[in-house]
Design a protein around this ligand. Structure first.
Ligand SMILES: C[S@@+](CC[C@H](N)C(=O)[O-])C[C@H]1O[C@@H](n2cnc3c(N)ncnc32)[C@H](O)[C@@H]1O
Length: 302
């Protein structure tokens, strides 16, 4: 069996993610500005006093926005390449190279429940959640046989993340919008390999939101969820196509080597090409903010 790392180069080979990532804008602000706006709204100007953990940190794009708020900063990612990059940029951080699912379990086992003022996960939670439902290898995708059990375990994982929050803390996540034309194309392409459980590629987001609503119902906090529309900007057609092949399709051989797939991607991105050669793909982001407040009474007017 081919090692999954041989084709998933976007997260496993130095520099690929930063080079292939398209900038995403929402009303003139990029995704990191959305994070900064939330941080300012919740914590004001950075005072370096918070206990912060970030899961799926990648090369540390969002970490750079979190770090000024942190007294103690823990960052984790399953890719050694990513962890090396983020460690170089954040010498003060504790870095953990592991699956988010294991990191959450280990932090709880180490007695860290209720100890983080801020838990962040940006564009990264779909992976550990998806892994409850399917396993990816270079040869294909192996769906979980017991979807109900997968859903239960994924839900427990989400609830465990909320257990890390200190009273008043926030779990902040940015999550891809599976309903945009771009993501619908990605879904159709992946479905050539294997179908997705139940609601298509929205299932990971739905599991996350359902578990957070459950946590709200149990009185563990309150959930704010908005969807922002935006655009992914590519300076030219080739960058837009590389974004599909390397980031969306993870250089998966059966897809990137298929001429009909390549034709579909090319004709899709051409629809959004400007006379300048630049490409602006319609995009969207789900902004998820779980606030660990013990009592719904905080909603009352003061
Ligand atoms: C789309 S990137 C986002 C990186 C970063 N948060 C950002 O906004 O640029 C997703 C990241 O999740 C990591 N990742 C994928 N599956 C993971 C898992 N199960 N556990 C931990 N990290 C994972 C990848 O290595 C990658 O760095």
């Amino acid at each position: 069996m081919t090692d999954v790392k041989q084709f998933r180069s976007v997260y496993e080979t130095g520099g690929v993610y930063d080079r292939r990532l398209l900038a995403h804008y929402y009303n003139g602000r990029d995704d990191l500005d959305l994070i900064s706006a939330l941080l300012t709204a919740h914590y004001g100007q950075p005072a370096g006093g918070l206990n912060v953990v970030e899961f799926g940190c990648g090369t540390g794009r969002a970490t750079a926005r979190l770090a000024p708020y942190a007294r103690h900063l823990t960052v984790s990612d399953s890719s050694p390449i990513m962890i090396d990059a983020v460690g170089e940029r954040n010498a003060q951080a504790r870095t953990i190279c592991a699956n988010t699912r294991d990191v959450v379990a280990e932090l709880l086992a180490d007695g860290r429940a209720g100890s983080f003022d801020l838990v962040g996960a940006f564009w990264s939670l779909s992976y550990p959640l998806g892994e409850y439902f399917e396993t990816m290898t270079a040869e294909g995708i192996q769906p979980a046989t017991d979807v109900a059990a997968a859903r239960r375990h994924a839900s427990t994982f989400v609830r465990d993340m909320t257990r890390l929050l200190a009273p008043g803390g926030h779990l902040l996540a940015l999550f891809f919008d599976s309903d945009t034309p771009e993501q619908q194309l990605v879904t159709r392409l992946w479905e050539r390999i294997a179908s997705f459980p139940e609601e298509g590629r929205s299932y990971t987001r739905n599991v996350l939101l359902a578990a957070l609503r459950e946590a709200e119902g149990a009185g563990d906090g309150t959930l704010a969820h908005t969807r922002r529309s935006g655009t992914a900007f590519a300076p030219d057609i080739d960058s837009a196509i590389a974004w599909f092949n390397v980031v969306h399709l993870k250089s998966f051989p059966a897809l990137v080597n298929d001429p009909t797939v390549q034709e579909e991607i090319r004709s899709f991105v051409r629809r959004y090409e400007h006379p300048s050669g630049e490409v602006t793909l319609p995009s969207g982001v789900h902004v998820i903010d779980f606030h660990a407040t013990r009592h719904p009474a905080h909603h009352l007017p003061r």
